[in-house]
Design a protein around this ligand. Sequence first.
Ligand SMILES: *[C@@H]1O[C@H](CO)[C@@H](O)[C@H](O)[C@H]1NC(C)=O
Length: 434
Amino acid sequence: MNLILKILGYLYLCAVVQCVHQVSWLPCQFIDEHVFVNEEGHTETELLHREAMLQFGRLGDSPVNPHATTFLVTGSKLDLRRYVQGVEAEQLECELRRYSTDGIHVRWPVKGAMEYNHWFSCTVRHTNGLFTVTSFLRHPSDQTHPGQQDYRNWPAIGDREILITTVAMVIKTQSASIRAGLGSQQKLHCQFDVDHKGPNITLEWHWQNRGERIRLFSHNSRSGQSQGTGVRLKSLTGGDASYSLPFIKMSSEGTYICSVSVIPLFVSLDIGLQIEEPPRVSLNVGPTLSLQEGGEQKVACEAESYYPLDVQIVWNVQDLAVSGQRVGTPLPKVLQNILLSSHKHNQDKTYSLTAFFYLTVSLKDSGREFTCIVSHQSLRMPIRKSFILTVEEPISWMFYLTVGFVLVTLVPILCVLLRYLHSARKRSVQKKPY
Ligand SMILES: *[C@@H]1O[C@H](CO)[C@@H](O)[C@H](O)[C@H]1NC(C)=O
């Protein structure tokens, strides 16, 4: 009984560890800035890549990596780990930067906050693009506000320094890049949270493409006012600012920017949306093509209505008759003399392209399989369409010669025979007088 309980206990523990697989530290690249005025009097920024560690814990914890700068994230209402949960630490890329509040100084409205804060932005990306999480780390300081742009006066951070921080704001997207088919419906994921109640949040969605920028939606939590559509206000209060696109058109392509601002913080996430339409592939001949020896046929493979432009069409030929007999099947050969039509622009802005060749057949081509292979970025596997060629022997000249010879020799004989018969009958009629 005791043993069973123990085993159950272990199983439970394992399950918990599995479910709440949380990182307790994350190696980060700290992109520090050295801001200075150059010889011409311009402000220049030099970026310094430094080793850092994002460590989750409590005040007084010893650093995991004593040789790096440690950003110790202590508890707040926001748990950054929840946003990167369920993946291995090796799959995460972490980047820390100083964040300038552009001279705006406000007291951060949480209990025990000091007058002045140093801000850092921390971006954690999943290496396979599953999500991007950007958070703001607040490092309280008793230093008085210097009254000038903070980046002109960045306090030095030592190589082994431990900075005590809390997470003040988080924004996350699970759809950093989207490939969508025409006419489909898409949801652009954006989620945020702030560490205090009733924050004054302004949320906006913008769309941007080729120098054009349009505001799609905006909402302020204090005034309760919204402009535009696409975001469900009910979900917004829970931190879900996802934007819905009910019907994807060619003009939907572009970058969608979800931005959240709580003064003095501003953060935005880009979501790229690319239209992808797979080609429809067809041949101008059926699955079997039979031709007479010496016959000619134009064979075309058309890839229709695809987007974006780049498509690859290859024609292969394989000798099935031979492959059935030998042990080593001959590999398909790529046909060389393929002609391509120019790209056709369709009305819906998709493209079409035809790859064709002229087939002149001889008897040895019979039983060959011709395959058109179309590759496009929208396809996981290329589309293949094939036909099998059968070649029939033409009625040969020997046949005609034989038939001709027979006719030429038989007809005179027949004539002679007929005439003989006729005269024989005449004679017999004359000889019978009764
Ligand atoms: C909320 O923030 C906006 C700027 O983002 C500001 O214009 C507005 O006055 C603030 N509202 C309140 C009630 O503080």
